[in-house]
Design a protein around this ligand. Structure first.
Ligand SMILES: Nc1ncnc2c1ncn2[C@@H]1O[C@H](COP(=O)(O)OP(=O)(O)O)[C@@H](O)[C@H]1O
Ligand SMILES: C=C(OP(=O)(O)O)C(=O)O
Length: 627
């Protein structure tokens, strides 16, 4: 048993049918001292408890809504869900036996509450019923005492204090870590600047280097109160330039003739480009157009010499290290199945590394179908006791064709616009991004919009206006997260770039809220009744929270599912997700609008009364752990 320190003033029980747990949320109305709602509500006296409870709540400045599920036997058993109005801080109630709830807890009354803080919940279970109890934290002084207990990270806490509930940024931020930001000092600045997830691209640098970064991040989390998750990104199997005949970036001039070959040789050969895969020219014909990196430069194939291609530059431009190829015929991509495995032996070794270092996410490059994701997820479930989330990178035409199955199989998606732009005409990228984001929203998976968001900031201290517009559009589409690549990894202005993302996303979130969008009509995902109920509860909760202008939604979640069902409705207030699972805590770092807090949980139904040695001070409540 573990005792947690929490609050005195409010404590209530919510008794709910077992089958709808862990589906519970608590919407909160803010601040101010709340009125005492004394008086008992006796079910026996009311012919229709559901309606009468509603009246009761309204009379007491609370209001009530009902999830759609079976209101079995109205005379004794009701399942309403209530949220407070002006003067009652919170009312969330789903009761199996209303008399008992009332007798035991009554309505809450309190005198000295002047500031809102958090509820914490302990889930209690006995004899087929499950209860949740909540206690209110008050006063900014008490926030300090929360830190250790709840794992509420310093950045979210600072944001809450500075901007209040509604000012908290919902869009999560991912930074690619590279040589420009790998010192402890730089990582700390990024963490303090709002980095939620640190991405390590295993294409670059040695494993020891990555390990060093992971250790630094873990230390910052432990010692400085951050909560930054770690993601490794696999290299994947992709056809690209190994060497382009010059020491670094090289310019291809119009009319110059180049040989593209898979032949391996030492040293540099001018005008000779070495590809990493010998089948790179299979199916390619004279007259086809070879495009470098989605348009950096173009060549026409003028001759085939065995596997090699002799090409004339038709559109001059730059060759960067590891540039990618695509071939086009009559304005269309020449689709080829290279039959390269999604995960190369190096990728598997990197995954082993990720498992042993306890990373939170693995993003899978060139995840072209659901099988590769399932394979990795199965592997992880046998190899790791932790729940490492697998993200699929959508970066090829094939992955777009299999989008829904990939989204369904994965724990999240990255719109990898860099590589996507190699196979998809650039003018289609905006609509493709919107489509992917929408599918993710519908299927309830977090989505990261990545690459070139603030590309000019690799070199310059301010972004272009167009870049800010691009970032804002991703936020408007309710992308869960935005990602910096070279801007943080190799740029001189990584922290500034992060600040631009932070400000642009906060601004656009506010604008979207003012725009007062209607709740999206979410696709129903659940098949079983409890799953469908859970979805409906979340949809209703968000609608209710928005309509009532509450400050926060509290959700009680073990695996993050309920939090994500709320998040996909993009509520105006932030979602505070209480979980007892540290993997869930770290995974929620990619979930739009969710702020996670770690709590202990209890099954003990009788353990309902907190010890309140001094009701005016910060108090304690006992919360027992789950088994
Ligand atoms: N760990 C690293 N070590 C060295 N350079 C890195 C590292 N990670 C990223 N970079 C640099 O930052 C750039 C952007 O990184 P990334 O987002 O991984 O995109 P990509 O590899 O597709 O270019 C890379 O081109 C590379 O130059
Ligand atoms: C994020 C991407 O992947 P990578 O950085 O691995 O090329 C991308 O292609 O946009």
């Amino acid at each position: 048993m573990q005792t947690e320190t929490i609050f005195p003033f409010v404590q209530t029980w919510f008794l709910i049918p077992l089958n709808i747990l862990p589906h519970l949320f608590l919407p909160v109305k803010s601040i101010v001292p709340f009125k005492s709602c004394s008086g008992a509500f006796n079910v026996e006296k009311f012919p229709n408890p559901v309606d009468d409870l509603d009246v009761f709540l309204r009379q007491n400045h609370a209001c009530c809504t009902y999830p759609v599920q079976n209101l079995v036997n109205h005379s004794r058993s009701i399942q309403p869900m209530a949220v407070s109005g002006d003067s009652v801080l919170v009312r969330s109630l789903i009761a199996k036996n209303i008399t008992r709830v009332w007798q035991r807890n009554g309505f809450l009354s309190t005198k000295n509450v002047t500031e809102v803080g958090f509820y914490t919940v302990g889930r209690l279970e006995k004899k087929g019923r499950v209860g949740v109890r909540a206690a209110l934290q008050v006063g900014s002084e008490d926030v300090k005492k929360l830190e250790g207990n709840f794992g509420f990270d310093v950045v979210s806490e600072g944001e809450l204090k500075e901007k209040g509930f509604l000012g908290m940024r919902k869009t999560k931020l991912v930074c690619t870590i590279g040589p420009a930001c790998c010192s402890v000092e730089d990582l700390e600045k990024l963490a303090a600047g709002g980095m939620n997830v640190a991405r390590l691209n295993m294409c670059h640098n040695a494993r020891e280097w990555h390990l060093d970064v992971i250790k630094k991040i873990r230390r910052l989390n432990e010692e400085k109160g951050f909560c930054v998750s770690v993601m490794i990104d696999t290299e994947g199997s992709q056809i690209h330039v190994v060497d382009h005949g010059a020491p670094s970036t090289v310019k291809a001039e119009e009319g110059s003739v180049w040989l593209f070959t898979a032949e391996q040789f030492d040293g540099l050969r001018p005008f000779t480009v070495q590809a990493n895969y010998e089948g790179f020219s299979e199916g390619i014909e004279v007259g086809d157009i070879l495009v470098i990196d989605g348009g950096m430069a173009s060549f026409e194939v003028i001759e085939k010499v065995g596997n090699a291609l002799c090409c004339k530059c038709t559109d001059p431009g730059l060759f960067l290290p590891r540039a990618k190829f695509s071939f086009w015929r009559d304005g269309k991509l020449v689709e080829r199945n290279y039959r390269l495995p999604t995960l190369s032996p190096k990728d598997w070794a990197d995954i082993e590394f990720g498992i042993s270092e306890g990373v939170d996410f693995i993003s899978l490059s060139f995840a072209n179908n659901a099988d590769s994701i399932s394979e990795l997820k199965n592997y992880l479930s046998t190899k790791s006791s932790r729940c490492i989330r697998v993200l699929a990178k959508i970066e090829s035409l094939e992955s777009l064709q299999n989008l829904e199955e990939i989204v369904e199989a994965s724990d999240g998606i990255m719109v990898a616009r860099g590589d996507l732009g190699v196979e998809v005409p650039l003018e289609q990228i905006p609509t493709v991004q919107e489509e992917i984001t929408q599918v993710c929203r519908e299927l309830n998976k977090p989505v990261i919009v990545a690459s070139q968001l603030l590309e000019s900031m690799v070199e310059y201290p301010t972004p272009t206006r167009a870049e800010v517009a691009d970032v804002s559009e991703a936020v408007r589409q309710f992308a869960d997260a935005l990602m910096l690549s070279g801007e943080s990894a190799i740029g001189s202005y990584g922290q500034k770039a992060l600040a631009v993302l932070r400000m642009a996303s906060s601004r656009m979130e506010l604008w979207s809220r003012e725009e007062n969008k209607h709740i999206l009509h979410q696709r129903q995902l659940g098949v079983s009744l409890p799953d469908r109920i859970a979805e409906q509860i979340c949809n209703c909760a968000v609608e209710m929270a928005n309509n009532l202008g509450v400050d926060a939604i509290f959700v009680y979640t073990k695996h993050g599912h309920m939090a994500s069902l709320l998040a996909r409705n993009s509520p105006y207030p932030p979602i505070f997700a209480f979980t007892n699972n540290s993997d869930t805590q770290m995974a929620l770092n990619l979930q739009w609008g969710v702020f996670r807090l770690l709590v202990d949980l209890s099954y003990d139904m009788e353990d309902e009364t907190p010890t309140i040695p001094n009701p005016t001070a910060f108090q304690a409540i006992q919360v027992k752990k789950f088994d």
